[in-house]
Write a protein that binds this ligand. Structure first.
Ligand code: TYD
Ligand code: MG
Length: 451
């Protein structure tokens, strides 16, 4: 076999015969790495393929096995599909290995073992984690191995119920000469794992590390090779974790699950709204509860604002955590112009409590009310939740899923919801039983309602 070297972009997989400082395909800097190019072995496939008429295709419902954690089942679209490859990405230390060891524990049963392969930790290290998670007599087999061929071999013999590979970046295939973690290896590994999964109808969890900017490291190009891509996120200083779906060939991509990291591993949170509101201060100015949509489910979160005079000469500070900075600037400008406050000489800090991020305009009204509440030093009535997009003329615009938002507020004991007038007209009267919904059409009207 003839070998020559090529430079391969570790971000997008672009091949170049010479080194480049900047990849000419994806524009990333310093991503070209020298790899040995393997000449593809071209074999003519035997036999021929027959196209099938659309009407003759039989419907098959893919078989699913439920994983122990209900919230994870939902995220997967109703369980783990046999033969599917699920990629779980997340930063180091976020809890990927913990989550999958828990899943392995729950799935291993009598004569159906689970095979957990780790290329990162020794068996002893995994055992320490397993002890914390209460793993005892379950049939979880561990394998500390990085050679993919040996792993596939072991899995072929064992026929596990589920195979876990921790992590794709540590595995290497003997078919390629490049080192583990390079894009060619990561792709080859995924490819072989995919073939194994389909051939044996064994579901595989593939763990992948992600880089600081949030893309699945290098293997951005892996996303199209697997069936499901999940992202495990969280803040280091908070103990909750969010599991999101980026892609799902067998279900919706809007699902999301929230976990809490505890001494005994990850615990799914049944009622995230109550969880995020549990430490809400009583009668404090600057605090507003917003009914927002995370994934496809409603979630109540607290937005906090602090407006205080700038101490030193110079530009006042504008800080927002968990909210879009540009959107906040726009809303502040709007409050100055339409409501008549001047923020020159005022520092403004905004924060979403609990380290969450809100990225939908439906939180606008909450931001505006939190800022004004802090300026006036007047708390909002405690039993009010709000939602609504604010337009540049100060008008309150309708948002999606008003009913889900109102219901969530009601289920958490809120008595009043301040919402866009347009949304209120969409709701049926029977939906409004047990909770008072106030429709407002402008920021001014909203202010008149709460202060
Ligand atoms: P880990 O699953 O090793 O993360 P990843 O595989 O994504 O790199 O989790 C690492 C962190 O989780 C570590 O800092 C310790 C913490 N942890 C707990 O708080 N409780 C537990 O029961 C376990 C097993 C881990
Ligand atoms: Mg790990």
């Amino acid at each position: 076999m003839k070998k020559r070297t090529v430079f391969v972009c570790q971000n997008c997989g672009f091949h170049s015969p010479k080194w480049l400082g900047r990849c000419s395909q994806c524009g990333e800097w310093n991503t070209m790495m020298e790899e040995l190019e393997d000449e593809a072995l071209v074999e003519l496939p035997e036999g021929s393929s027959e196209p099938v008429l659309y009407q003759q295709i039989k419907e098959t419902t893919s078989q699913r096995i439920p994983v122990g954690i209900e919230q994870l089942n939902n995220v997967l679209g109703g369980g783990l599909v046999l033969g599917s490859v699920v990629l779980i990405g997340g930063e180091p230390g976020i809890g990927k290995s913990t989550l999958l060891l828990q899943v392995s524990r729950d799935l291993a049963s009598g004569n159906e073992p689970v095979l957990y392969v780790s290329g990162e930790e020794s068996l002893e290290q995994i055992k320490i984690r397993g002890d914390r998670l209460g793993l005892k007599s379950e049939k979880v087999y561990l394998l500390a191995e990085t050679s993919l061929e040996r792993i596939v071999n072991a899995a072929d013999r064992m026929k596990p119920r589920v195979l876990v590979i921790d992590s794709v970046q540590t595995m290497f295939s003997a078919h390629l000469t490049s080192s583990p973690g390079t894009i060619s290896q990561v792709r080859e590994v995924t490819n072989q794992v995919f073939r194994f999964a389909k051939k044996n109808q064994v579901p595989v969890f593939l763990i992948g590390h992600i880089t600081k900017d949030g893309t699945l490291a290098g293997p951005k190009s892996l996303e199209h090779m697997v069936d499901v891509v999940l992202l495990f996120e969280g803040e280091r200083d908070h103990n909750h974790r969010v599991l999101r779906v980026l892609k799902n060939r067998f279900g919706p991509v809007s699902e999301l699950a929230i976990f809490e990291m505890s001494q005994a591993g990850l615990r799914a949170i049944d009622n995230p709204s109550a969880f995020f509101l549990r430490e809400r201060p009583q009668n404090e100015p600057g605090s507003v509860v917003v009914s927002t949509i995370k994934g496809s489910r409603p979630l109540l979160v607290e937005i906090q604002a602090l407006v205080s005079s700038t101490l030193f000469m110079g530009n006042p500070r504008r800080m927002s955590i968990g909210l879009d900075h540009y959107r906040v600037s726009m809303l502040l400008a709007l409050v100055e112009k339409k409501v008549g406050y001047s923020f020159a000489g005022e520092d403004i800090y905004l924060n979403v409590a609990g380290g969450l991020t809100i990225d939908e305009p439906a939180a606008d009204l909450g931001v505006v009310l939190a800022v004004i509440s802090s300026v006036k030093n007047l708390p909002l009535p405690r039993e009010v939740a709000v939602f609504g997009e604010v337009g540049l003329s100060g008008e309150i615009r309708s948002v999606s899923q008003p009913l889900a938002r109102v219901r969530e507020a009601k289920s958490l004991g809120f008595e009043t919801v301040l919402m866009p007038e347009g949304n209120l007209q969409q709701l049926e009267t029977e939906n409004l039983k047990g909770i008072k919904c106030i429709g407002v059409s402008s920021v001014r009207k909203a202010l008149a309602e709460v202060f």
